[in-house]
Design a protein around this ligand. Sequence first.
Ligand code: B1M
Length: 243
Amino acid sequence: MRPAIIWNGVQKMSDEDIVLSELPDDELVLQMHDDLYDGLKEEIEEGVQILLGRGWAPYDVLTKALVEGMRIVGEDFRDGILFVPEVLLSANAMKSGMAILRPLLAETGAPKVGKMVIGTVKGDIHDIGKNLVSMMMEGAGFEVIDLGINNPVEKYLEAIEEHQPDILGMSALLTTTMPYMKVVVDTLKEKGIRDDLIVLVGGAPLNEEFGKAVGADAYCRDAAVAVETAKALVSRRHNRGPA
Ligand code: B1M
């Protein structure tokens, strides 16, 4: 065990002194933010299991421990304090925590309410937010076909033809890749299939106005909004019946 650190005259625990299971919930969540920041995959997995074991809802573990931790990582990435290799480690730790939560969030037993094809657009390899949307949609009873990252329009078209989804979801995290959403929507129009689908878009740099400009049915600020919007638009469509 490493000795305790003396800092500003105050004895501070070193990371190796910390036993996650002994921390109260609020301190454990803060420690998990630190561990995510440091890309500590095993500690994140342990923290997730501890919170679940204490009766936390999977959604709360996801939003309060993981998503909030990633928000902090994002700020320091933006400010040049963290760099790509470090953020990759954080992303991997986040994904391993999400992998534990995924089956729990999907465990609704509810009948399928619709089908969604989703993917991150061409040129963009960010997938944490998209994965989160997929998880939440599955949890809400949607069947989700996840195309992964860096999708050219052809990939979306193939998946639409093969799976005949109710919804097409697109994610973009870069200002340079978000315009590609319009390429996809315009191609759907050219093919005469735009109105067969509900098109939902999301990603940190987007907004409502952008969603309208690319011709989407809705912009979704986060995964919870994506679920609510999808449910509302699918049920409106079903009530309207076939054209
Ligand atoms: Co990147 N990156 N990154 N990155 N990265 C951002 C996006 C950036 C904002 C960081 C910054 O500078 N502040 C910045 C973009 C700036 C800009 O375009 N204006 C940036 C940059 C510049 C880059 C590189 C260019 C860096 C470089 O190489 N120099 C490079 C680009 C690579 C590429 O894609 N071609 C790059 C690389 C990476 C990593 C590989 C290191 C890693 C990605 C790992 C991975 O995803 N597997 C990474 C990460 C992790 C980030 C930040 C820090 C975090 C993104 C994230 O996962 N957030 C990010 C900073 C930030 O966003 N503040 C950043 C957590 C996630 C839960 O939120 O993705 O917003 P988010 O998803 C939300 C909503 O947006 C919404 O719901 C989600 C859940 O609530 N949503 C949808 C998302 N998609 C949706 C789809 C829907 C509906 C809702 O469909 C229906």
